[in-house]
Design a protein around this ligand. Structure first.
Ligand code: GDP
Ligand code: IMO
Ligand code: MG
Length: 421
């Protein structure tokens, strides 16, 4: 069997959690392969809502094994809180959730460093979720990190203390003093105890053995392609490879073992934090999208910036990821608009282009195509034939433009509000 990968194609929050929860019953295994608690993946079913940060969104699917891969960075304190939340719904969590020994740990001082780095950047700050993501990946790449497997080593506490001291020197050099370390450290070690109740595995072995024996795997991306460390709007990005290639390095699977690549996009765009956003709306239309779409961060509660769909960006993301199937979410948020727009080209320095700007300061002016709004409530639709012609015209245009079929349309946050084409 091959591994199918599901990715966000915009700036995150496309509805990955919801769609993984919908697709999970078809899979034996669901994995996360990058990112950490900067992610907030929302699932809704049976009138309940869950927000997952580290745990794969297959955790509520009977019989599915969920694996946190080596590419993930894990904060024990946040993980413990997540376990408490999930346990009430799935008491089997200790059996069906496994963690790679190679995943890196987020220390309390990584979070402080994140805040110190952002404070030092002043006006040019990234708008990080301040979960310690950047500093943890920095330590991983500079070969200073602590990994899950270290927890069971006799010198774990010494390693923790040494890394903490190193961080404190760095924090002092940034003149950052506004922090408490005692409570977060206590919570962190409580999280370590909670973690020890799970099996730490060589996830790359486990995943490869499973696919070789005919089991199916769905890999759940976090963030989105425009937040990718290499192909996003650098430096306003996260610190991992959020793209399909990240699934290979974040789980230990070879490229030829990747099967379907599901690319998720919202019918419009949102972004949290700073950085370029060519189609951003600063007017009442943007406000209307934010209100109707409930566009407030699942992790930080921050209002999300909103704008029209950007097809230049979407096409680029499909190319980078090798997307084989598109999934459109949140079309229902646009139920009540006379006109809907999508960007089909950028104008940079007076020249039309389909390229993504290199410099985040470069102004890309969007060239729009207008569509007639559907002015119909699609949130109760259960099959394609119930979707209005105007919405189908919009979807058809997107398919033709990016040359990838839209195979699923999500019309509401609930598991059941999903139309398969
Ligand atoms: P993720 O990070 O990609 O998993 O997405 P988030 O959970 O951060 O944000 C998506 C939000 O939209 C959540 O509140 C979901 O419950 C909600 N959502 C997902 N799909 C749809 C949809 O088709 N329509 C509507 N109205 N809401 C949706
Ligand atoms: P999910 O998986 C939306 C954004 C932050 C910030 C930048 C860097 O829920 O789609 P970081 O904390 O990684 O240092 O922040 O990336 N960001 C997200 N935006 N959804 C996410 O995850 C995000 N994870 C990080 O807002 O601009
Ligand atoms: Mg999210």
């Amino acid at each position: 069997m091959k591994i199918d990968v599901l990715l966000g194609l915009q700036w995150g929050d496309e509805g990955k959690g919801k769609i993984v929860d919908v697709l999970a019953p078809k899979y034996d295994i669901v994995t996360r392969f990058q990112g950490g608690p900067n992610a907030g993946h929302t699932l809704k079913f049976n009138g309940k809502k869950y927000v997952l940060h580290t745990i794969p969104s297959g955790i509520f699917t009977d019989g599915a094994i969920n694996i946190v891969g080596n590419g993930v960075v894990l904060d024990p304190g946040i993980f413990k809180a997540e376990i408490e939340q999930v346990k009430a719904e799935n008491p089997d969590i200790y059996k069906c959730l496994k963690i790679s020994r190679r995943a890196n740990l987020i220390l309390p001082t990584h979070r402080i460093l994140d805040a110190a780095n952002e404070a030092a950047k002043g006006k040019s700050k990234i708008g990080s979720t301040l979960k310690g993501i950047g500093p943890t990946y920095t330590d991983k790449i500079s070969r200073n990190g602590l990994r899950i497997g270290d927890i069971l080593m006799p010198d774990f506490r010494q390693k923790f203390d040494a890394l903490t001291q190193r961080h404190l020197r760095e924090i002092a050099s940034l003149n950052y003093t506004d922090f408490d370390l005692e409570t977060p450290t206590k919570e962190w070690f409580e999280g370590i105890e909670a973690l020890k109740q799970f099996e730490f595995v060589d996830a790359e072995m486990l995943i490869n053995e499973k696919i070789d024996s005919g089991k199916s795997v769905l890999a759940e991306g976090a963030q989105g392609t425009m937040l990718d460390i290499d192909f996003g709007s650098y430096p306003f990005v996260t610190s991992s490879n959020t793209i399909c290639a990240g699934a290979c390095t974040g789980m230990g699977v070879a490229p030829q073992k990747i099967g379907e690549v599901f690319g998720i996009f919202k019918a419009y765009c949102t972004r949290v934090g700073a950085g370029p956003f060519p189609t951003e709306l600063f007017d009442e239309t943007g406000e209307k999208i934010r209100t109707l779409g409930g566009e407030f961060g699942a992790t930080t509660g921050r209002p999300r910036r909103t704008g029209w769909l950007d097809l230049v960006e979407l096409k680029y993301s499909c190319m980078i990821n090798g997307v084989t199937q598109l999934i459109c979410t949140k079309g229902d948020v646009l139920n009540d608009f006379d006109t809907i727009k999508a960007c089909i080209e950028y104008e940079i320095d007076g020249k039309r282009t389909m390229s993504m700007p290199f410099d985040s300061a470069e102004e890309a002016k969007p060239i729009y195509k207008e569509f007639k709004g559907w002015k119909t409530d699609i949130s109760k639709a259960t099959k394609e034939s119930e979707l209005p012609k105007e919405l189908m015209d919009y979807i058809k245009f997107i398919e033709d433009f990016v040359k990838v079929p839209v195979k699923m349309v999500s019309v509401g946050p609930d598991r059941n509000a999903t139309i398969v084409r």
